[in-house]
Design a protein around this ligand. Structure first.
Ligand code: MEV
Length: 318
């Protein structure tokens, strides 16, 4: 039997970093996906194939013994194997069209799809169960995760997320024409989150003010969406960028890209951890074709559609 699951990439529209410290964030799943396929083997191993390489380790191996990128899969495979003595091995294959390490949620989407795929060999899980286990798996590489990324990769669509109080689906009334531009500078979310922790330790008072400002901004964004007000939505994106600049997760390359798109966008900001990765811009339809000429040649850009499906899975008898 083969179990196949896929999960979407994500963007953070508002509230990255502050969400780790308990404020709200707004996220959307987008139309890029990772697919994870799992099969039983007789090899007494866990074999993982991905574009980052292949590893094969004995089934009792700890996830801490393997490279970071393979940890969630080994963690999940062991968890499942330990709960079913009849399983003698698993082969897990990852195929992805989500760029890695650029803030589009590649690792969260992998964790979500891996849970659904591996568990799908045994029983059907609810979305809530998939989410819970995928956050556990993500914590093997990023212990401080807010859980926001796995949540939107699981449910799809657009969500308002708050770590300690839960998730609300947002009915997206206006058509968001979002452009994603990749700085091509890889980043490390864990390091950026630690940097923000230091900022907070050094200036608790200002950090707390910024959290309050972010909360107010997100409430205003929710109202703007209800009023179909793309202009305010865009202005709030640029205002959010100022807070991200202040907590120092931006750099000259990202600032340069943001300023190149200023004239043709309603709002532009970093999406995700920053320090590299991607920016997003709310661009009017008629200006979309002007984008490539405005960005440096070595940057990739594409327009994103909101994914409404979230994680999907199925099994095939062979
Ligand atoms: C990373 O995509 C988003 C951060 O807010 C971290 C998190 O929410 O876990 C930087």
């Amino acid at each position: 039997m083969k179990s196949i699951a896929s999960a979407p990439a994500k963007i953070i529209l508002f509230g990255e970093h502050f969400v780790v410290h308990g404020t709200k964030a707004i996220l959307a799943a987008i139309d890029k996906r990772v697919t994870v396929t799992t099969t039983f083997t007789e090899n007494k191993t866990i074999k993982i194939n991905s574009e980052l390489g292949t590893i094969e380790v004995p089934i009792s191996s700890s996830h801490e013994e393997v490279k970071n990128e393979f940890r969630p899969f080994v963690y999940l495979a062991n968890k499942i194997i330990n709960s079913d003595q009849n399983v003698s091995g698993l082969e897990i294959t990852i195929d992805s069209d989500i760029p890695i390490g650029v803030g589009l949620g590649s690792s969260s989407a992998c964790c979500v799809a891996a849970v659904a795929s591996i568990c799908g060999l045994f029983k059907e899980l609810s979305s809530e169960e998939i989410l819970k286990m995928s956050i556990e798996a993500e914590k093997t590489i990023f212990p401080d995760t807010s859980g926001a990324d796995c949540t939107v990769c699981t449910y799809g669509g657009m969500i308002e997320y708050e770590q300690f109080t839960g998730t609300k689906k947002i009915d997206n009334t206006f058509d968001l024409n979002l452009l994603i531009a990749n700085s091509m500078i890889p980043h490390n979310t864990k390091n950026s989150v630690e940097k923000v922790n230091k900022f907070k330790e050094n200036d608790e008072e200002r950090f707390s003010q910024l959290c309050d400002l972010e909360t107010k901004l997100i409430d205003e964004v929710i109202t703007a969406m209800k009023n179909n007000d793309a202009t305010t939505f865009g202005l709030k994106m640029s205002e959010n960028q100022k807070y991200l600049e202040e907590i120092q997760v931006s750099n000259d390359t990202l600032r340069g890209m943001i300023s190149s798109l200023k004239e043709i966008s309603l709002g532009t900001k970093i999406t995700g951890a920053g320090d590299g990765g991607c920016i997003i811009a709310l661009v009017k339809d008629e200006n979309m074709d002007k984008v490539p000429a405005l960005l440096p040649k070595d940057k990739e850009c594409f327009s994103a559609k909101i994914d409404t499906k979230g994680v999907v899975w199925s099994t095939i008898e062979e």
